[in-house]
Design a protein around this ligand. Structure first.
Ligand code: ARG
Length: 458
């Protein structure tokens, strides 16, 4: 493509080292769509005739079909997807193909392609996130009465509905959707016309190109436009954080599926056995997902490191943006799809979760609240219940087994009504503040999410 200036071919080793076609070929459909819109602008500018444009369109469509069918002959010598397509076009249609790259550089071309690719992938990932949210809501609805201990420090804290725990993840994934949608606004800016770095002496109708490609805005600084990969970093961050959420959910699933917890049973279809221990049923999907957060973080750090210290404007380092981006997108889509499937098929062992929740210590705070409602200052109430608990632990007894006299030995404020506190359902019903897990609140939240997710386009 640049043979004019050179007397020697690049060595095989340099070609192998610098090629990106092995991975950037996936941008082909966006590259072709961008080229068509560029060619349209070249017609308007009087560079291409209608006939030449038609030849270009026909040629590009053929190439697109061949790539989609897997019959296109990619050449490493042509380095990347942009030059592979342009060379094939010129070979097929002759001189018109050689005019296509007028007023364009691969620098603005690749920026355009990645932006169009990111736009589509953001939409796809948001749809995947919503599918997982739906699976979590469904699981909550199916098990709407299941109670579990809520934990802090992985020590039993207070009772909650299992659905409330699941809905916490629905909230997290909603923020992930929001972050991706927000990043999309900055992705959705059209860079073509920036040329290599300083635009072109042949001025094309950039707004027209943007309009045809569905961009609501165009970049305002050619130097920024060819070297900006902030939007890739934003996406990688959004995916890294979504990966954190998936990893936390994975950890919960791994714990819940242990013999120690037994809160859930994963379907055989989403677990694996051991080649040595015949009894094993392992939660590999959750473990792999927890593990894959590592590459999601790595990809983010990899890109940030590539970008730091780049002098203006385009530098070949920027070719290193693609593999982390593609990997995070592929990883996230695969993880979300398999996780949604696994959560749908997971059964909750309500008997086990109820047994775990039948731990009176989970209601210690409720006893303190009982005293507060009878005018005892909370700090004092906390201490009284603390002493009461120490007494129970020492004597290996539970609150409900104590007599009223024993209660009153710790505080005169106790009367017979204290025994009503020891009912998990009562305790849950009392948690009525917005965001708290009373059964009616949780039912409302499940309904809200169900409607909200149903309203989103599938
Ligand atoms: N393959 C290159 C990339 O992905 C395309 C742009 C090349 N530009 C250049 N001036 N060498 O960044």
């Amino acid at each position: 493509m640049w043979k004019g200036r050179f007397q020697k071919e690049t060595t095989d080793r340099v070609q192998q080292y610098g090629e990106s076609i092995s991975y950037d070929w996936r941008l082909y459909a966006h590259d072709i769509r961008g080229s068509l819109s560029h060619a349209e602008a070249l017609v308007e500018a009087g560079i291409l005739t209608r006939a030449e444009f038609n030849a270009i369109r026909k040629g590009l469509r053929e190439i697109e079909k061949e790539i989609a069918a897997g019959t296109f002959d990619f050449k490493v010598t042509l380095e990347d997807i942009h030059m592979n397509i342009e060379a094939a076009l010129t070979q097929r249609i002759g001189p018109a193909g050689a005019k296509l790259h007028t007023a364009r550089s691969r620098n603005d071309q690749v920026a355009l392609d990645i932006r169009m690719y990111c736009r589509d992938e953001i939409d796809a990932i948001i749809a995947h996130l919503e599918t997982l949210q739906k699976a979590l809501v469904e699981c909550g609805l199916k098990n709407r009465n299941a109670v579990i201990p809520g934990y802090t420090h992985l020590q039993r804290g207070q009772p909650v509905l299992f659905a409330h725990h699941l809905l916490a993840y629905v909230e997290m994934f909603e923020r992930d959707c929001g972050r991706l949608a927000d990043a999309r606004r900055r992705v959705n800016v059209m860079p073509l016309g920036s040329g290599a770095l300083a635009g072109s002496t042949i001025a094309l109708d950039r707004l027209g190109i943007a309009k045809r490609l569905g961009f609501p805005a165009i970049t305002q600084n050619s130097m920024d436009a060819v070297s900006d990969r902030d939007f890739v970093a934003e996406i990688l961050f959004a995916l890294a954080l979504a990966g954190t959420h998936l990893s936390r959910l994975s950890e919960d699933v791994v714990l819940w599926a242990t013999a120690e917890f037994r809160f859930v049973t994963l379907s055989d279809a989403h677990t694996t056995g051991s080649s040595l221990m015949p009894q094993k049923k392992n939660p590999d999907v959750a473990e792999l997902t927890r593990g894959k957060s590592g590459r999601l973080y790595g990809n983010l750090v990899s890109l940030l490191t590539t970008l730091k210290g780049l002098p203006m404007t385009y530098n070949r380092d920027l070719q290193e943006d693609k593999e982390p981006l593609f990997d995070s997108i592929d990883t996230m889509k695969a993880a979300l799809a398999v996780f949604a499937e696994m959560m749908e098929a997971m059964t909750v062992n309500a008997g086990e979760t109820a047994a775990a929740t039948d731990d009176p210590y989970l209601l210690a705070t409720d006893i303190a609240d009982y005293l507060v409602k009878r005018k005892v200052p909370f700090r004092q109430a906390h201490e009284i219940v603390g002493k009461l608990t120490a007494h129970c632990v020492e004597n290996n007894r539970q609150y409900p087994e104590l007599s009223l006299d024993e209660f009153r030995a710790f505080s005169e404020t106790f009367d017979a009504s204290v025994f009503k506190v020891f009912d998990v359902r009562t305790a849950l019903r009392a948690r009525t503040a917005v965001g708290a897990p009373s059964p009616s609140n949780v039912a409302k939240q499940l309904g809200r999410w169900q409607r909200k997710l149903a309203a989103k386009k599938a």
